[in-house]
Design a protein around this ligand. Sequence first.
Ligand code: NAP
Length: 312
Amino acid sequence: MENLALGAMLFGTVHDERRSFELLDRFVDAGGVWIDTANCYSFWADPSGFGGQSETVLGRWLARRPGVRDRIRISTKVGCEPTEAGRFPETAEGLSAKVVKSGIEGSLRRLGTDHAELYWAHKPDPLTPLEETVAALDELVAAGTVGRLGCSNYPTWQIEQARRTAQVQGRTGFTAIQQQYSYLRPRPATRPSVVHRFGAVTGEVLHYLEHHPDMVLWAYTPLLGGSYTRPDKPLQAEYDHPGTTRRLQVLDDIAAETDSGRNRVVLAWMTGGSPAATPIVGVSTVQQLDEAVAGVTLQLTAGQRERLDGAV
Ligand SMILES: NC(=O)c1ccc[n+]([C@@H]2O[C@H](COP(=O)([O-])OP(=O)(O)OC[C@H]3O[C@@H](n4cnc5c(N)ncnc54)[C@H](OP(=O)(O)O)[C@@H]3O)[C@@H](O)[C@H]2O)c1
């Protein structure tokens, strides 16, 4: 099951080790492969004001489960760890060559492994020349320390610029994008309530992906934090528009036809779409995890997909 990533953002902070291990075990038992983390997870949820707890708990889990490292793939990131507690984003570490080098060393140390299959620039660094970041990341690929490279929260023009820079210099460039994406669409011209200004998938991002088939899309916050189904998690203000009403109606119709539920239909729509997205789900319970697994294995008919796409 390569089309679902388990988001480990809150492991080691909000979720204690016991709960984290329970979710990780269940994920692997269900055939899950990809686990998404970052060196900075989760600085905002830890009294220290610094991250690393998620990778540390993953490292402990890997150490306690001999052989499991060969069955899973690690996706981790660099660039968002604050250098001063309580001062994010203004003191985010950025993406200088030095930070990239020490970033991966720290991540691998905490994870207790010698490589990560996917390594992300967590957000653009306006202060470091792009060439420097591209070269530093390429060196990690050349050394076999990381497999694939991706960028998260980048505006499309910077993704293209980074890829072009890598191409011209004969280096390995980004072939993965990680942004916020779900079935419901925020009202145009609103600023989505994600931390990152260019963190949301837009029509332009989708168009870019259509024209660059070597790129893959990973989608964070795919279930909008539970807002599809939970009265205690109302939708954010940017979803307050008539398109949401129409999309929720179709979602409900198809959830009834498939005897599933909104969350499962959303995940099926994402994984089976064009371009296909890999949802990164953040789950708190085994039941939520099971629902996510059921979602990415649910097959929609062409007609159902057409109706979902057509609701605007
Ligand atoms: N690249 C980036 O900048 C970035 C940013 C954000 C996240 N991420 C990645 O994406 C992952 C997921 O992000 P997220 O936690 O924001 O997204 P999410 O999966 O949309 O939301 C997770 C929350 O939704 C609720 N939920 C999950 N499954 C549910 C279900 N079946 N029914 C009802 N509620 C459900 C749970 O809330 P409760 O805990 O209240 O039950 C859970 O904590 C993170 O772990 C991280 O790896 C990346």
